[in-house]
Design a binder for this molecule. Structure first.
Ligand code: NAD
Length: 260
């Protein structure tokens, strides 16, 4: 039996990394997937892979900073597949990495809007579709916004990730009325394309003498970063009824990295 048969999921940032691995994983278990991303071409290859395996997927090309487009995108997925059960608010960028002194207000806004406001918008516009039948929302935060705070120059990123955690907990409390569960996942360093969206200002950072390298180092289990499939396994569990007594939790998937 496919445990997500007849379920419909929306995944943001589905064209790459953690979102892509999760799209394939949930589709393997029978869910139809709304693939939301800016990068339509990359999303096409994810859709092709799902269809090749006998699954269903729809691409929605949306900049998640734009409220109207987010609403339209989510509505389009529900129109196509008839319902909504699982929402993975995952898209994000590292953005500009530099000292607070050097951070421009515009760059700060871009990181906060892409990571935090997009999460608010994705959850907000999903609620009307989840209200009647309940559902599961999963938000991707990071060890960087909570336990670790280790990336010098990442004040905007870490602030957005910490705020996603707070938002997720408030949502869990508020949405329990509708039997909607909300959980927050905190990956450690994972091997993805997030470096493509990273703009480090190394000359400024040298002054504080902590090197910035992506992907970041090792964890006690292995001398290399984790992989997106290891995160997708956790999302799969949280999306399914196997976790139906878990809500408002923050769950780390970091190979004990934060204990180092
Ligand atoms: P990734 O760059 O491989 O994938 C992110 C996807 O989000 C990309 O396809 C990108 O096009 C999309 N995206 C970015 N901005 C968007 C926007 N405005 N509108 C629509 N789509 C947008 O990176 P990833 O590592 O898979 O990141 C996924 C999430 O995991 C992020 O929230 C990130 O902060 C978090 N995370 C990553 C790591 C890591 O080490 N890779 C660690 C902790 C947390």
């Amino acid at each position: 039996l496919k445990i997500l048969e007849n379920k419909v999921a929306i995944i943001t940032g589905a064209a790459s990394g953690i979102g892509k691995a999760t799209a394939l994983r949930l589709a393997n278990s029978g869910a139809a997937i709304g693939l939301i991303d800016l990068k339509e071409e990359k999303a096409e290859s994810v859709k092709a892979e799902i269809v090749k395996r006998g699954g269903k997927a729809l691409i929605v090309d949306v900049d998640l900073k734009d409220p109207e487009r987010v609403k339209q995108g989510i509505d389009k997925v529900v129109q196509e597949f008839g319902r909504l059960d699982i929402v993975f608010a995952n898209a994000g960028i590292n953005g500009v990495v530099t000292t607070i002194e050097d951070f421009s207000p515009e760059d700060w806004d871009t990181t906060l809007e892409t990571n935090l406001k997009s999460t608010f918008l994705t959850v907000k516009y999903s609620i009307p579709h989840l209200k009647d039948n309940g559902g599961s929302i999963i938000i991707t935060s990071s060890v960087n916004g909570n336990r670790k705070f280790s990336g010098t120059g990442m004040s905007a990123y870490s602030s957005s990730k910490a705020a996603q955690m707070a938002f997720g907990k408030m949502a869990a409390l508020e949405l329990s009325t509708y039997k909607i569960r909300v959980n927050i996942i905190c990956p450690g360093a994972i091997n993805t394309n997030i470096g493509e969206n990273t703009h480090p200002n190394k000359s400024k950072l040298k002054k504080v003498q902590i090197p910035v390298e992506y992907p970041q180092g090792s964890h006690p289990l292995e001398d290399k970063p984790g992989n997106p499939e290891q995160v997708a396994s956790l999302v799969h569990f949280l999306a399914s009824d196997e976790s139906n007594h878990i809500s408002g939790s923050e769950i780390y998937v970091d190979g004990a990295e934060t204990l180092l």
